[in-house]
Write a protein that binds this ligand. Structure first.
Ligand SMILES: [Zn+2]
Ligand SMILES: [Zn+2]
Length: 405
């Protein structure tokens, strides 16, 4: 059995719930039938841990299952699970198996000997520090928990905490919802509702990333990225270790290559055939992490700046407008935020104003305006961030929003 058996059972359970749930939540099954009751009973291990967090998993899953029936989102979620469990399989086969064998630990010399005697017995090797394996496993667990939470948590907060800045956000009534739209709130066509502090609609979590699930989205993205990175590095490190050590220090694969006994092609063939799992796993995990780490880092930066992807996109359009001279840009000197907001409401000042003219020639009567040239104006828009309260406060806000009921 060991860990592999437990993981396989867990995998089978979740896949069964995911596919069986699709069927049970559809119209084909009556909510009073024994089959449906049995499905709800099977859900209990998932339901109970989330009860204290105030999340009603069956109701949420029911909603998600309906949404997932739109085909594309269902495909994406299933794809995530395949990717996740594929990764776990690789990690198990190449990293966890060695640990389970190695209590009590074999020393490196013994491991090398075992590798030469039984090249296919992957379990006999572990040259990797346990803490790296532990970090990888922790990132995996964190990925699954945060994925589930980001998917099931309602992104909307109860109260709107932000002021209208009249540049990126002004008081509006949503055309679709027919309700007043708070600042930083935006309508999502896929979710068919207005979402508070909307970042973007994420196809992986099958709903919008907004105020209350931004933290979990960030944890999901970054722990997945780093789980892949560590798994890849551990696999490649194992290959290099074998490459430079066996069968003896005087005559290992690396030395034979250096002495031109083998060509690089042969060495690569040797690596692929003698360590296929490590090779495939290393390649897959490093490629995925190369895509995810930059994406995850950008999202952490945005959280520290209290800036959403949508706000960045809006700024991009403002800048494009400026470049085409559809807008001109003014900076207001020596006015604090509150006073500036008041000026905005009285329509006395506009940071960005529609104006069909060349920027340099704009003249204004009131002295508080400063007309900037295009280069400075573009920089000013880049810097513009009404909602930032400093990196630490911004971070605390994101974490708090991730836990409020
Ligand atoms: Zn709306
Ligand atoms: Zn959405």
């Amino acid at each position: 059995m060991r860990i592999g058996g437990i993981l396989a059972l867990l995998m089978a359970y979740i896949l069964l719930i995911a596919t069986f749930g699709q069927f049970c939540e559809s119209k084909a099954v009556k909510k009073t039938s024994t089959l449906y009751k049995f499905y709800r009973f099977m859900l209990l291990p998932i339901t109970l841990p989330f009860k204290p967090c105030g999340i009603d998993v069956p109701a949420k899953i029911q909603k998600q299952m309906w949404a997932m029936n739109n085909g594309r989102t269902y495909f994406v979620t299933v794809f995530y699970y395949i990717l996740y469990f594929g990764s776990l399989f690789f990690v198990y086969a190449t990293l966890v198996a060695p640990i389970t064998i190695i209590f009590p630990r074999v020393n490196e010399e013994q491991a090398r000997l075992e590798w030469i005697q039984y090249p296919t017995k992957q379990a006999a090797i572990n040259f990797v520090p346990s803490f790296m394996v532990l970090i990888t496993m922790l990132c995996h667990v964190s990925s699954l928990i945060s994925f589930t939470t980001a998917t099931l948590r309602d992104p909307n907060g109860e109260k709107n905490k932000d002021d209208f800045d009249e540049i990126l956000y002004s008081a509006l009534t949503c055309e679709d919802c027919k309700t007043e739209r708070p600042a930083r709130c935006s309508h999502c066509e896929q979710c068919n509702k207005c979402v508070n502090k909307r970042d973007h609609h994420c196809i992986w979590i099958n709903q919008c990333v907004g105020r209350r699930n931004l933290f979990w989205f960030n944890v999901f993205l970054n722990s997945t990225a780093w789980a892949c990175f560590f798994a890849g590095v551990i696999n490649i490190a194992t290959i290099i270790k074998i490459f430079t050590s066996s069968p003896s220090d005087e005559m290992n694969m690396f030395m034979l290559y250096q002495k031109k006994v083998f060509k690089l092609k042969i060495v690569l063939q040797w690596a692929i055939t003698s360590m296929p799992l490590q090779f495939a796993s290393g390649l897959m995990h490093l490629l995925i992490s190369l895509m995810l780490i930059p994406f995850g880092t950008v999202h952490i930066m945005q959280a520290l700046q209290n800036q959403t992807t949508l706000e960045k996109t809006k700024k991009y359009y403002l800048k494009e407008g400026l470049k085409r001279l559809e807008w001109s840009f003014f900076k207001v000197e020596g006015v604090d935020k509150k006073e500036f907001n008041k000026l905005m409401k009285e329509k006395k000042a506009y940071l960005v104003q529609k104006y069909q003219a060349k920027l340099e020639k704009v003249q204004y009567e009131e002295q508080i305006y400063q007309v900037l040239d295009l280069k400075k104006a573009l920089k000013e828009i880049d810097r513009y961030n009404w909602y930032s309260k400093g990196a630490l406060s911004n971070l605390i806000e994101v974490i708090k929003d991730g836990f409020t009921k």
